[in-house]
Design a protein around this ligand. Structure first.
Ligand code: SAM
Length: 286
């Protein structure tokens, strides 16, 4: 692509399939129609004093989460999914797992938990008085039993793809699905630290591959994905990359500017992302 084309694309202010805004999420969500989102995937602040949040009382934090979750439930399509990705609130060395704390808020709206996905990763703080935290979770909840779940696009390679049935009516035939296996509810995906290809100025961004798996499994092409705590737009990138519509907002203008820049790079074919199912580097592997 010529330089002039790249400049033209990176100067775009809008994208036909993305509605992204710098504003408070309640204000943004209240403008959207009931049941208009097929997937709402997000990672809210944990109330631990990160640069993008003001530490507050746990009561006020829960009140804010409760208001955002209520809006998310209103926006969720009948066959849609909510994925709320969280770690721990930490106070004075004591941890408070946010999935346990927030789960009742979803249940109060009648949502049904389908998986509690454990996301494991290799990097983080080295703790001195407890084991270093190397996992967070994703609560995947649906509004009804009639929910979208596409397994084939997210299958991962089987460990023994050539294994055959050794007895019975299928003796001699392959015993595993040639398209691969279910990725399970434990996902080992590197978190975005300084040497990650997707690293931006955001301190806690999603790896795009993590959201891609949710987008592909829980929505179909042409459907809509919302992230009410959008950060630098990783969920929007995952949605647009797979021909879904992206909605999202963040209070921080710098993050929204980066989100738009990444979308324009995606459209120009210049955005670098870590492939969704790339195995984690193991220096000891033979
Ligand atoms: C954990 S980060 C999400 C990062 C995001 N997953 C990404 O990949 O970049 C939480 C984000 O929520 C934003 N935020 C906090 N309160 C908000 C609110 N009331 N409305 C919109 N965004 C908010 C913060 O600015 C921060 O970027």
């Amino acid at each position: 692509m010529s330089d002039s084309n790249i400049n033209r694309i990176t100067r775009l202010k809008r994208d036909a399939n993305a509605e992204i805004s710098c504003e408070d999420n309640l204000k943004f969500m209240r403008r959207l129609p009931d049941e208009s989102m097929n997937l709402i995937v997000t990672s809210p602040p944990y109330n631990i004093g990160k640069p993008y949040e003001k530490r507050t009382s746990q009561d006020k934090y829960l009140e804010d989460q409760s208001a955002c979750i209520a809006e998310a439930v209103r926006l969720l399509a009948h066959n849609g999914s909510i994925c709320w990705q969280v770690g721990n609130h930490v106070d004075n060395g004591q941890i408070f797992p946010l999935d346990i704390i927030l789960y009742p808020l979803f249940r109060n709206h009648g949502l049904q938990l389908r998986n509690r996905i454990v996301w494991t990763f290799g990097h983080g703080l080295h703790c001195q008085r407890r084991f270093s935290g190397r996992h967070e979770t994703i609560l995947w909840l649906t509004k009804s039993d009639d929910y979208t779940f596409n397994l084939d696009p997210i299958r991962v390679p089987s460990k023994y793809p050539n294994k055959k049935h050794f007895k019975g009516p299928n003796k001699g035939e392959l015993s595993s699905n040639p398209l691969g296996k279910n990725p399970s509810d434990v996902w080992d995906i590197p978190n975005v630290k300084s040497n990650h290809v997707e690293k931006t100025d955001h301190p806690c961004q999603f790896p795009i591959g993590l959201v891609e798996r949710l987008v592909l499994a829980l929505t179909n092409e042409g459907e809509s994905v919302l992230d009410p705590y959008l950060g630098v737009g990783s969920s929007a990138i995952a949605a647009l990359k797979h021909n879904r519509n992206a909605y999202g907002c963040d209070l921080n203008k710098d993050y929204i500017d980066i989100a738009w820049e990444r979308i324009h790079q995606l459209r120009a074919g210049t955005l670098r992302t870590r492939p969704m199912n790339k195995p984690v580097y193991d220096p000891e592997a033979k």
